[in-house]
Design a protein around this ligand. Structure first.
Ligand SMILES: Cc1cc2nc3c(=O)[nH]c(=O)nc-3n(C[C@H](O)[C@H](O)[C@H](O)COP(=O)(O)OP(=O)(O)OC[C@H]3O[C@@H](n4cnc5c(N)ncnc54)[C@H](O)[C@@H]3O)c2cc1C
Length: 506
């Protein structure tokens, strides 16, 4: 048992944090009373909240730089959502990119400009630039840990981004890319960190940050085996507990699309990612940044997930039977539009295709699978487009006119409405409708950080000794997810940076 006189700023701090942000009135965590001596149960230089991708990257960097490290993980295993990911990550200008793609002269500057444009004016420029310029080094760092990068591809286009900024940048390592490949990367980083002396404690849920009278974060309170324990952070605390992925209440307050995903769609994130790091930081006065976007895609077809798989002949319509988005634009871009249309017109959107689409190379349905989906009610079919419209309660005349325009324009390989490039082939019946369902891979937005990963207050002041990274931090991705591999490179980048900065503290 460690005992030290540290003075806690008290309930005033929590109250200010909650009132300032105007959210989470149901917040239950308050700090202990003023001037109370804390009885510390454990200590480390760097205390890391969350042993997912960001947390283990931070741990490895901090322990390598000479700090003692304690990771506190709420679940019974490390990895969080990162375990479920493909582990693919974006970087520009790497030797691996040169080896596997035709993009021999790609630069971090182009990558930065693409992310910035996709940020639609609401990202922090400095963070985006730092990430784009730092990315290539992480590929080397992970290679040195034993990951073997074996291919590189690109994400689908973003209609308003200059073509010259697009490139194949998504790096795939052996064992990654498929389902659950992220676990390979997590284990590589975790094992290296443990070997160097880092410690991880499982089933340990951090519930509160502790501050002294100078406003410095000095430790955390965690629940372990039903008991509350105090853990002292000699240098700093790193928040690496992801975003509000599985927290309906916070999503309702901060992110309507995430709330839609959690209440009516499918969320694939770790059940333990309930926004705790964000809530605890807000309780002590942290600002938040970058909320609103999500990582949403069509789990049924994988539509527009990457540039190796062109969109098949199909189009997406709203309740009025009209197209409203470029369907082969990167997935979260077109899913934002799907969400907005469903809200605006208070009705579902559909992917429309025909029997003729099934023979196209990149169609995800075959005659057999479409028959199965029809039998299960997942796909609706009709011989004519008007009948299909009636069955799905979409204005039949408009739907027929949308199909007519599609078939006229695609005869010339054109899409004059949305400038789509792939799957431009006329569609003939019988016709099929699939009701779009969003598969959510996480919420975007978190605590506001500066480029050194220090957590900021709404007035821009730093909260001393509090750092955040990965999806627990916001402002480095915009109002929709710009393409596969952005999150994973971000968790490694911000995790390493937070670990290194905390290790440097006295
Ligand atoms: C199926 C799927 C595939 C994906 N594929 C890719 C991909 O290939 N490339 C890409 O870039 N992105 C991908 N993503 C997105 C990406 O995986 C996530 O955005 C990213 O892994 C989040 O990392 P993180 O470190 O911020 O959070 P996590 O890895 O989820 O880590 C957070 C950790 O904090 C712990 N925690 C939470 N609260 C507490 C608490 N109070 N106390 C202690 N611990 C706590 C959690 O248990 C968890 O272990 C995918 C996502 C999914 C769901």
């Amino acid at each position: 048992m460690i005992s030290r006189r540290d003075f806690i700023k008290g309930a005033t701090v929590s109250a200010v944090g909650v009132a300032t942000m105007g959210v989470f009135t149901a917040c239950t965590q308050t700090t202990t009373t003023n001037s109370e001596e804390i009885s510390w149960d454990k200590e480390a230089d760097a205390v890391i909240v969350g042993g997912g991708g960001t947390g283990v990257a931070a741990a490895l960097q901090a322990v390598t730089d000479g700090a003692s490290v304690l990771i506190l993980e709420k679940a019974g295993v490390a990895g969080g959502t990162t375990n479920f990911s493909g582990g693919v990550m974006q970087a520009a200008g790497t030797d691996i990119q040169k080896k596997y793609t035709s993009n021999k002269n790609d630069t971090p500057e182009k990558h930065y400009k693409l992310w910035l444009k996709a940020g639609e004016g609401v990202v922090e420029e400095e963070l985006v630039k730092d990430l784009a310029y730092g990315a290539a080094d992480h590929i080397k760092w992970l290679s040195n840990l034993g990951l073997k990068f074996t291919s590189v591809y690109g994400h689908c286009h973003i209609p308003y981004v200059d073509k010259s900024l697009h490139a194949d940048r998504i790096h795939v390592y052996e064992g990654g890319g498929g389902e659950g490949g992220g676990v390979v990367m997590v284990q590589a980083m975790l094992n290296a960190a443990l070997k160097k002396g880092a410690v991880i404690e499982y089933e340990t849920e951090v519930i509160k940050l502790l501050m002294n009278i100078d406003g410095e974060v000095i430790g955390v309170v965690a629940k372990q085996k039903g008991t509350e324990i105090n853990i002292k952070a000699n240098k700093g605390v790193i928040l690496a507990a992801a975003s509000i992925d599985q927290n309906k209440e916070m999503a309702k307050e901060l992110s309507p699309q995430q709330y839609w995903d959690l209440t009516s769609q499918i969320c694939l994130c770790a059940a333990t990612d309930t926004g705790d790091g964000i809530r605890m930081a807000m309780e002590i006065g942290a600002a938040v940044s970058g909320f609103g976007g999500t990582i949403d895609f069509c789990g049924k077809t994988g539509a527009a997930t990457d540039n190796r798989v062109p969109m098949f002949p199909s189009f997406i319509v709203n309740k009025k039977g009209r197209r409203f988005v470029c369907e082969d634009a990167t997935y979260a871009y077109h899913y934002r539009a799907i969400f907005q249309q469903e809200k605006q017109l208070d009705g579902p959107t559909y992917m429309i295709f025909g029997k003729s689409s099934l023979s196209y190379d990149y169609t995800r349905w075959t005659e057999e699978s479409v028959a199965k989906d029809i039998a299960e009610g997942v796909v609706i079919t009709a011989d004519t487009i008007e009948e299909l419209g009636k069955l799905i309660d979409v204005e039949p005349k408009n739907l027929a006119s949308t199909l007519e325009t599609w078939n006229t324009e695609t005869k010339n390989k054109e899409d004059n409405q949305f400038d789509r490039k792939t799957g431009l082939v006329p569609i003939t019946g019988p016709f099929y409708a699939y009701k779009n369902v969003s598969y959510n891979l996480g919420a975007l937005g978190g605590v506001k950080i500066n480029v050194e990963t220090q957590v900021l207050k709404p007035n821009g002041e730093v909260i001393p000794r509090l750092y955040a990274g990965g999806l627990n931090a916001g402002g480095w991705i915009g109002p929709y997810y710009p393409g596969s591999g952005t999150a994973i490179i971000g968790i490694v980048h911000w995790g390493r940076k937070a670990g290194s900065n905390v290790a440097k503290l006295k």
